[in-house]
Design a protein around this ligand. Sequence first.
Ligand code: SAH
Length: 210
Amino acid sequence: MTSARTRERLIGRLREEGISDERVLEVMNRIPRHIFVDEALASRAYEDTALPIGFGQTISQPYIVARMTAALLRDGPLNKVLEIGTGSAYQAAILSQLATKVYSVERISALLDRARRVLRELKVHNVDLRYSDGTVGLPEEAPFDGIIATAAPHQIPQALLSQLADGGRLVIPVGPRGAQRLSLITRRDDQFEEEILEPVSFVPMLTGAN
Ligand code: SAH
């Protein structure tokens, strides 16, 4: 149920859904997803679906992880990346293989503890996990070549825009539940170009640490 064949089938499905970035597909084929979910859900880890990870949160659907990662990487490899919403750390693990350094912030400390254990088990050492409120970004480590948010604010926090390096990209779901869009923003000096990628459904980005 969690074999290489099952994983390959998921990769085939992602291709059919239009994911064509080979770097992203290769990493998603290599990193097991079942170790990021509860054992009781492991047999469903290679379905293209979001799954609960406790505390009312979810591990994102593989298609969405692939789509967001490919959008972030569109202009080439990344040096420093920030993720808002560590959750299970699956997205962070995927990013760790495609960026030099990943910072990921989470507001539920119990999720962060679990994330630390899983990343250690996978021998991923270039992800720096922080317990903090992502709506203010991570000013002490800015600027970032890429920022990815896996929880949806009603409006894009100004702090995230200001912490993008020149030419940097922000991939973020925006809007209230039921009416969210995935937005890709590219910084050019002090201009921000926005592309709307597609409708999405994410948990809300909340304010304050838990
Ligand atoms: N990237 C995760 C998805 C987790 S769901 C994964 O691959 O599993 C989104 C996560 O965002 C939740 O864990 C939630 O607690 C977190 N979150 C919501 N608002 C936040 C905020 N303001 N700062 C940091 N994390 C936040």
